[in-house]
Write a protein that binds this ligand. Structure first.
Ligand SMILES: Cc1cc2nc3c(=O)[nH]c(=O)nc-3n(C[C@H](O)[C@H](O)[C@H](O)COP(=O)(O)OP(=O)(O)OC[C@H]3O[C@@H](n4cnc5c(N)ncnc54)[C@H](O)[C@@H]3O)c2cc1C
Length: 477
């Protein structure tokens, strides 16, 4: 899209018959009129990332709907942590740990641009905010040290607040505590208070539609059903940008990648996995704590200690009996997703890499702990074990939905420690997927940073073209 805006001739080659990869909303044929977000569903980064801030999804007709409660964490059958947009209201709901929550997140939520600069930079340059917003950046760094180590248990005194934060840290799908988990938790928790965790009206696919419309409006081409398996599948071009794993890029480019870069790419590690279940329900999930039903995202996994144990088990390659489960009911904010009373429910469980087991029963029993009777609301479902995630998207090797392990080394060396991490070491070959820094999520930044280096190195352009929409096309709920 940025290349098309720069006036270059652009062709996108997509293996699937639908474009969008991890940002697609599809009819899975489970129930007429019900669509499902087959990967991403909830989009704090689509409102906060510098790419999307300039691209302006709202002006392009994408309606980002914000739930009353951004995310929730049932801890026992009768208690739950609730994160509101208002940090004050969240702190009040956390009782004895309210001040500790405020102390950890207030400054970060007041300066989200500092948090974004620290967490979502290309890890090679020094964003202006790291200097202009130094106190907030320092707070972020110190808080990562606290929440990423054994010190994390010193902050809170009840079970609810640490569980609420750990559910967010678990998005890193790795052992906890860890620096990657703490960085993830602090960034996403701060964004919940500053920008919210919205769900696009009609599903995540509406974000892809806006991006595709912009590409086509600037004369870009999209070729679906076109898998790139070898160099011969590529047209002649001045530059190739791989939105793939390092493994796939290596497979295609083979010996044209220099040995040292190829060796570094081979050292890239994939992480633990997710196994997905999309449900159709006849009614909303019957949460015992009714407020959980107002949350756009629910993290399930019990207490901090329970989630630590579950994440450790899957990292050892074993199936956790009580896995961490992520859940979103878009019908909580988007009535267009509910048809004749039926609604989609998006869930996935953390499982060992490559696990072949069907996750349905594990997910249902985790939800049943906090919503007895959930099983009776299920009308249809489709499960995708971790081992099969790769079939619908080759980027999710073994079910690693993050495109590579989120650990301290790979926060920086993603996919390699090269000065330019987007370069594949041979002229005109680049990589821009979630396997590059800053990693997983629908934020557009890996692509933007990669585009910047391509435009500079191959075409001598010093500046990125503007991303701003040419015409305003706002819609309202
Ligand atoms: C179950 C799940 C839940 C998630 N939840 C969220 C969420 O709520 N919020 C969030 O921000 N993020 C979420 N994510 C993560 C997010 O979807 C990804 O980080 C993001 O989509 C990665 O973008 P990407 O450009 O690297 O690759 P992708 O979006 O995976 O796109 C890569 C594209 O390249 C195509 N491709 C790969 N290899 C080839 C080839 N050889 N030839 C042709 N085409 C090829 C693929 O088919 C795919 O269309 C989730 C992911 C999953 C799977």
């Amino acid at each position: 899209m940025l290349f098309a805006r720069a006036g270059l001739s652009v062709r996108v080659l997509e293996k699937n018959s639908t474009i969008g990869g991890g940002a697609r909303t599809l009819d899975l044929g489970l129930r007429t009129g019900i669509t499902h977000d087959i990967c991403s569903a909830v989009h704090p980064m689509a409102v906060a990332s510098p790419f999307f801030t300039e691209f302006d999804l709202g002006a392009r007709g994408v309606n980002l709907l914000e739930p009353l409660i951004q995310y929730a964490q049932p801890v026992t059958p009768t208690t739950a942590g609730l994160a509101y947009r208002s940090i004050e209201r969240t702190a009040q709901s956390l009782g004895a740990d309210g001040n500790a929550w405020r102390g950890l997140l207030e400054q970060l939520a007041a300066h989200p641009e500092a948090v974004i600069a620290a967490a979502l930079s290309n890890k090679r340059s020094i964003p202006r905010e790291l200097i202009t917003q130094f106190p907030a950046v320092a707070k972020f760094g110190l808080s990562v040290l606290e929440q990423g180590t054994g010190l994390w248990n010193r902050r809170f005194s009840t079970d609810i607040a640490p569980a609420l934060l750990t559910g967010v840290a678990a998005h890193a799908i790795n052992t906890l505590p860890s620096f990657a988990g703490a960085g993830t938790a602090l960034m996403l928790a701060a964004l919940a208070h500053s920008h919210g965790w919205p769900i696009p009206r009609g599903g995540t696919g509406s974000i892809t539609t806006a991006l595709v419309e912009d590409l086509l409006a600037h004369n870009g081409e999209i070729w679906t059903d076109h898998e790139v398996k070898s160099r011969s599948d590529l047209p002649s071009a001045q530059a190739y940008v791989f939105d793939t794993t390092p493994t796939n890029a290596l497979k295609v480019l083979g010996s044209s990648i220099p040995d040292d870069t190829a060796a570094a790419l081979k050292r890239f590690r994939h992480g633990n996995a997710a196994a997905k279940v999309d449900f159709v329900l006849s009614e909303p999930v019957p949460w015992t704590v009714s407020e959980v039903g107002q949350a756009g995202t629910v993290h399930i996994g019990g207490t901090r200690a329970d989630m630590v144990a579950a994440e450790r088990t899957i990292a050892r390659g074993q199936w956790a009996s009580d896995p961490v489960v992520l859940l979103s009911d878009p019908g909580v904010v988007d009535s267009s997703r509910v048809k004749d009373g039926y609604r989609p429910l998006w869930t996935y469980a953390h499982v060992p890499a490559g696990a072949t087991q069907d996750p349905t029963e594990a997910i249902i029993s985790q939800i049943e702990k906090y919503a007895p009777g959930f099983r009776d609301t299920i009308v249809a479902h489709q499960a995708v074990p971790a081992s099969e995630m790769e079939l619908h998207n080759p980027n999710y090797i073994g079910g690693d939905i993050a495109g590579g392990a989120a650990n301290l080394w790979q926060m920086f060396a993603r996919p390699t420690p090269r000065l330019n991490p987007y370069s594949l070491g041979t002229p005109g070959a680049y990589i821009c997927s979630a396997s590059t820094t800053p990693g997983q999520g629908v934020h557009g930044l890996s692509g933007m940073y990669a585009a910047k280096s391509v435009l500079k190195e191959v075409f001598g352009e010093q500046k990125l073209p503007s991303l701003a929409p040419q015409q305003s096309r706002r819609t309202h709920e």
